[in-house]
Design a protein around this ligand. Sequence first.
Ligand SMILES: Nc1nc2c(ncn2[C@@H]2O[C@H](COP(=O)(O)OP(=O)(O)OP(=O)(O)O)[C@@H](O)[C@H]2O)c(=O)[nH]1
Ligand SMILES: [Mg+2]
Length: 452
Amino acid sequence: MDDDTIAALSTPLGRGGIALIRVSGQNTLDIINNISEKVPKKVIPKRAYHTFIVDKLKRIDECIITFYKEPNSYTGENVAEISIHSNPFIIEEVLGLILKNNARGALPGEFTYRAFKNGKMDLIQAESVNELINANSKYYASMKFGNLEGKLSELMKKLRGNLIGLGIKIETIIEFEEDQFLDDIDIIYEIRESLKIIEKILLNSRFTEILDKGLNVVIAGKVNVGKSSLFNLLLMEDRSIISHIPGTTRDFIKEKIHINGLPFEITDVAGMDKEVTGSIEKEGIKRSYEKIKKSDAVIFMLDASRELNETDLNIFNSTKCKERLVVVNKIDIANKKILKQIRSNFMKEKIYEISVKKNINIDVIFSFLNGLVNNIKNRDIDFIVNYRQMNLLKRLDGYLKTLINMIKTKKSNAEIIAEEIRSAIKVIAELTGDISNDEILNGIFSKFCIGK
Ligand SMILES: Nc1nc2c(ncn2[C@@H]2O[C@H](COP(=O)(O)OP(=O)(O)OP(=O)(O)O)[C@@H](O)[C@H]2O)c(=O)[nH]1
Ligand SMILES: [Mg+2]
């Protein structure tokens, strides 16, 4: 099956300037010769040929064809990239013509699978192709590009080299002196250095999902404090209904926004006043508290024009364990006595005075949101691992720790230590795909789109 020549549309199906069809495999050259007017038999690789797609002498579309000669192509095989006008009917016709000329439709991810099989990239890089395409934020995309560039792969290569070196040292001991113990401070230092890097990656990766999906931030407060007003301001659109009537928002509303390329999921909830009687309102309040519980952070809003009450205190207490920003809204119509009351009730808390309506001090909201991400983001690392990689790195972490222990305590002989090193090297090979099975590969490549 790997010998088949495959073809697929690599751009989204729809109307647009250009659609790109990719062909890969041994029949590629014949195919482009058969379906186009002006690609010479002695085609020059990587040259763009302006020509026409023809079916039985009838021109179907104008096109640009670029041929890449193996192994200098994306897949490592002969590849052609055919750019035509993006119209679903033209695409279907051209693709149909290609398939009639000894090619079959590519499976999801099959181009990248071939690139991996032909050694153009390792498994970590292959996975990152799809992750990059599907990234939901600028930050996540740039991290995934780090993986594609091979930053994690390089690290794994280096680590593998270190371990192999260590293995050889130990094997020599085994050969010459039975039951020898290994005592080498340099070796322990080297393994420790690798461990440090792995632990940093793991720490960073705990936030992989958060950063892809967006940090969940809830705007909480009693009715009518201005929650929906702030929500709309952050979204830059009139998403939530705002009114002077208390209890306007009865159910939560969740929307995604990006600040500096980082995703946030902001939730506007119903005001949480204890004294409401209606069953819908009660359900709304229940949901508000649930949303707080599940959130990553909370913006807790007070009202500078109305007396502090029990609801304010209840909400404050429910957000104790959360990353929290406390703001007093409506500072434009603040009542001095109330501000004093608020300050004396929240003595230990840093409270920011804002007005959503008059756009006063709104910067604090953005600083808070930015700060949340800066807290969790490890700036030294420019790639993020996925769950498969994370689990393997955890296993590797375990092996390396055991290894240090074995060497330090001098309780294990060289034979056992060598075995531990072999296990660690095997984990690295699984990470990079040097060892893999069909099930793992299927799991990875079936998630790709067709044409990649
Ligand atoms: N003066 C003043 N009024 C504000 C400010 N922010 C919001 N408001 C007004 O306060 C009222 C309530 O605003 P909303 O945003 O609907 O408040 P909410 O907290 O979502 O209210 P519920 O959904 O009922 O819980 C509206 O009339 C807003 O125009 C502000 O900074 N200053
Ligand atoms: Mg509201």
